[in-house]
Structures are given as C-alpha cells and as structure tokens.
Design a protein around this ligand. Structure first.
Ligand code: ADP
Length: 262
C-alpha cells in the first residue's frame, strides 16, 4: 500500500498564498493552501478567470511577489533567484506553448536543454530521440516550431519541458488541441511519470482526462481551491457541476441581497 499521506514525501506545499497582479488590483489568489505529494497527479478545474493559471505561475516563479508560504521539495521559496530550482526539479508547460520556443527548429530548441542539464552531446541526442519517439513527434524535429499545428506544438513543447527531467511537473491545459489518440498516449505517459515518483499539478477543462488520470481533483472557485478529492468523489453524481453552480448562484443571491440593502 502507499501508506498514509503523512508518510509520503511532499513535492510542493503552499499555505496562505495570496497574489495580485498589481498593487491596486484585488487579490486573484486568497489564502490558497495545497499540498502535492511525490508521485501524485492533481488536477485543478474551474471556470475561466478563476485563478488556476495564476496559481501555477506562482509555483513556477513567473508570478511574484506573492504572500504566504511556498515550499518545493522542502525548500522554502521566498524569491526565485537562480536556475538551480529548475534543472531536474521543476518544469512548467505554459498555457501558450509557443512561448517555449526560441529557435528555428524544434531540435535546436531541444538542444538548448543540454547546457541547463549538463548533458554531453551524445546523451542529448539520445534523449531527444527518446522523447520525440515517446511523443510521436520525431518527424517534426526539423520543423520551425511556429509552423506546427496547435496540437503538434503542444506535444513539441511538452517534449522540451520533459527534457528538463522535472520531479515536479506543472501543466497548463496539456490536452488543448491534441487528438484523441495523442490524449490517450499522454495519459499513459503521465501515469508512467507518476510511477517514477514525479509529482504533477495540472490545470485543465478536460473532465474526462482529469477523471482518468488524477489522484485528486480540486475546484478553483472564489479565489481558492475547494472540494479537493478523489475523481470518484469529485465527479460523483455530477457533484462537480452542481457544486460549482450552487456556489455561483449563492454568490449571486448574496450580491443581490447586498444590493437591495444599499
Ligand atoms: P484561469 O486560469 O482560472 O482561467 P487566470 O489565472 O488566468 O484564470 O486569471 C485569473 C484572473 O486574473 C482573471 O480575472 C484575469 O483577468 C486576471 N489576470 C490574469 N493575468 C493577468 C495579468 N497579467 N494582469 C492582470 N490581471 C491578470
């Protein structure tokens, strides 16, 4: 058995995380708490603009400064300073996969990883063909990243992220634009990473995908994570939809009451 959660090593833990984009804007994240264990896949679902991407970008270091406590593999992250956190530890597939590419071909972009990870030329070529094979994109390596279709670009970007061999993997809508077969392959791939002890935190609108691959699913609503539970519980009796809907109508009701009082 996996043992109790308490015994399991923690990949990422956050507590009381608050974040706003500008000092005059309201908080997008309000006191968010979340623990992701090693070898665990967590999916965050929820409406557009709820703050899911904002949260991932706090973990990846793109959104700063934040308030609250963030620990990655036991290391308190107060400010992201160097690249030491990234190599072999954390990698992030951003919402827009294009931002992953800076070179003229996918292969050249992949080769950029060599310096970061300290691979030899030979190792690098080996890893590139392995990952390309795994993702079914070997035929795309010499193409310009911007000439790829949306789904191809998504897979190519994922390849670059995986070359960083992260122990904590952040994925922002990983199934966006990819076909059913590729989605199935991605599900197998994520489960394999999980078996290797890699922690995966993902944001998705893909209910079927989340239900099939996640250990726990959470609803992002009202600036925080609610109803974090196993997919069976989370999606049971359409609980996911009704909970979200109930909460939204309650909020509207409360807003309406407040307005009448004014
Ligand atoms: P989700 O991923 O759940 O769809 P986001 O995290 O992208 O939501 O956005 C949460 C809120 O933060 C939205 O209201 C959005 O408009 C706002 N937001 C996102 N990025 C920025 C930014 N760079 N500057 C200001 N506001 C932003």
């Amino acid at each position: 058995s996996e043992g109790t959660k308490k015994d399991r090593p923690i990949a990422m833990r956050m507590k009381d995380i608050c974040f706003r984009y500008e000092k005059d804007l309201p908080d997008v994240l309000e006191s968010v708490a979340l623990t992701v264990y090693e070898g665990e896949i967590i999916s965050l679902l929820g409406g557009n603009g709820a703050g899911k991407t904002t949260l991932l970008n706090v973990v990846s270091g793109a959104n700063k400064p934040y308030r609250g406590k963030l620990e990655i593999f036991g290391k308190r992250i107060q400010k992201y300073s160097g690249k030491e956190l990234y190599a072999g530890k954390l990698a992030s597939l951003p919402q827009n996969p294009q931002t992953v590419f800076i070179k003229m071909t996918v292969r050249e972009d992949y080769q950029e990883i060599q310096k970061v990870m300290g691979y030899s030329q030979e190792e690098m070529e080996q890893k590139i063909s392995e990952i390309a094979d795994l993702l079914g994109i070997s035929h795309l390596l010499s193409r310009h990243p911007y000439d790829l279709s949306g789904g191809e670009q998504q897979k190519a970007a994922l390849g670059k992220v995986l070359l960083l061999q992260p122990r904590l993997l952040l994925l922002d809508e990983p199934t966006k634009g990819i076909d059913a077969w590729s989605k199935h392959q991605l599900q197998l791939l994520l489960k394999d990473l999980k078996r290797q002890g890699i922690a995966i935190l993902m944001v998705t609108h893909d209910v079927e995908f989340a239900a099939g691959v996640s250990d726990r699913c959470g609803l992002f609503f009202d600036h925080e994570i609610t109803s974090l539970d196993t997919p069976e519980e989370f999606f049971c009796n359409n609980n996911y939809y009704t909970t979200a809907a109930n909460r939204i109508s309650r909020q509207r009701y409360e807003n309406a009451v407040t307005c009448e009082e004014v």
